[in-house]
Design a binder for this molecule. Structure first.
Ligand code: PLP
Length: 385
């Protein structure tokens, strides 16, 4: 059997060949520690500086505010816990959204144990944050408003700039988990007024295990307590020898993501629409979640009425997709994202997330539709028998 068609790019992406090629010399020849004062160290340090510039350009922010991390989970933890440590004495409230990734929700839960008051704001049936609920909840004791740029399960894109304006009017910092947005929709931290921005390279064709946190340095200046103690790396923000090959790969991937953004988005949207139209034609009783909301061009969250998505995916060997978030896919609980949008547990258990990517072809999309249609028909037949 040939390799399954990969429609799970929100879980992770294959590395771009350009990023991998750029990384290899930093394993072989330029293996120096960027903190070392000799030619090996200087070469590594130069490469990190270049990556910082590339990532900052791609994210529309000041590179001096970037800290390289091991990925978005760490960036989120550093942002929330780091700010809580510095400002917790004065401000004890955090506002976030019911549909956030577990990286945010679990970190917030742990801060609740430390005495913070966390409010989970509701979303409407399209998965969009209710701005009135935000206005009603925010006050001068609110330290951070944390709203993801785009949702990993449904692809719903939040109105980040208006949210940041509401946060700033109340004197709160605006944070956004932009992990799923980079390379799919424009992400510009300065233009959107985001003070803390978390990203991860492996979601935009960079390597796994490397990410970044942008921290605004002025207007407003955000101060964070480092969460990993040790040497004075990265201005003291995060101790630990830098992952130079990973950072180099991230830089190239970020530059490519920015350069190809429009073309990639248009192509993916065309393929996604073709995929959804194909499914509607070939499969009875399918619905697309958040169909009318602003959503990522690559993501299709589809309900197959009356079918358990876990069962469907286990018979669908030819297509690699997901029942929800990759880190949640073994959990037998309805998706917190879909239930927050008002779906029943049954509907949530019948949902499959398909996420297309830069290298997905029209031919793959057409074959995937056929395989899904066959698998659904077989599953429904077996149920009826
Ligand atoms: N936030 C979102 C929206 C995600 O989709 C993910 C990954 O699934 C993360 C955070 C965590 O990213 P990482 O794997 O880099 O820790």
């Amino acid at each position: 059997m040939s390799a399954p068609i990969y429609l799970d790019h929100n879980a992770t992406t294959p590395i771009a060949p350009e990023a991998l090629d750029a990384m290899l010399p930093f394993f072989r020849e330029h293996y120096g520690n960027p903190n070392s004062e000799h030619a090996y160290g200087w070469a590594a340090d130069e490469a990190v500086k270049l990556s910082r510039k590339r990532v900052a350009n791609a994210l529309g922010c000041d590179g001096r505010g970037l800290t390289f991390t091991s990925g978005a989970s760490e960036s989120i933890s550093l942002a929330l816990r780091g700010a809580a440590s510095v400002y917790g004495g004065r401000k004890h409230r955090i506002l976030t959204v019911a549909t956030e990734h577990k990286a945010v929700l679990t970190t917030c839960q742990s801060l609740e144990h430390d005495g913070f008051e966390v409010t989970l704001l509701p979303v409407d049936a399209d998965g969009l944050l209710d701005l009135e609920a935000l206005r009603a909840a925010i006050d001068d004791k609110t330290l951070i408003v944390s709203v993801m740029w785009a949702n990993n399960e449904t692809g719903v894109v939040q109105p980040i700039r208006p949210i940041a304006e509401i946060a700033h009017e109340a004197g709160a910092f605006m944070m956004s988990d932009a992990t799923q947005a980079v390379g799919k929709v424009p992400v510009h931290a300065d233009a959107a007024g985001v003070d803390l921005l978390a990203v991860s390279a492996h979601k935009f064709y960079g390597p796994k295990g490397v990410g970044a946190l942008f921290v605004r340095r002025r207007s407003p200046r955000v101060r964070l307590q480092p969460q990993i103690a040790g040497g004075e790396h990265q201005g003291g923000m995060r101790a630990g020898t830098l992952n130079v090959p990973g950072i180099v790969g991230m830089g190239v991937a970020a530059e490519l993501a920015a350069k190809n953004l429009e073309a990639d988005a248009l192509r993916m949207e065309g393929l996604r629409d073709r995929f959804e139209a194909g499914l509607r034609e070939a499969v009875p009783n399918v619905r697309v979640n958040a169909e009318n909301a602003p959503r990522l061009p690559n993501t299709s969250s589809v309900i197959f009425d009356g079918i358990r998505s876990g069962k469907l995916l286990s018979t669908l060997r030819e297509v690699a997709a997901s029942t929800g978030a990759a880190c949640q896919s073994r959990v037998q609980k309805p998706s917190h994202v879909l239930t927050a949008m008002g779906l029943t547990p049954e509907e949530s258990f019948s949902t499959v997330r398909f996420s297309l990517g830069r290298y997905t072809t029209e031919e793959e999309v057409d074959r995937a539709v056929q395989h899904v249609a066959d698998a659904v028909a077989n599953t429904r037949q077996r149920r009826a028998a």
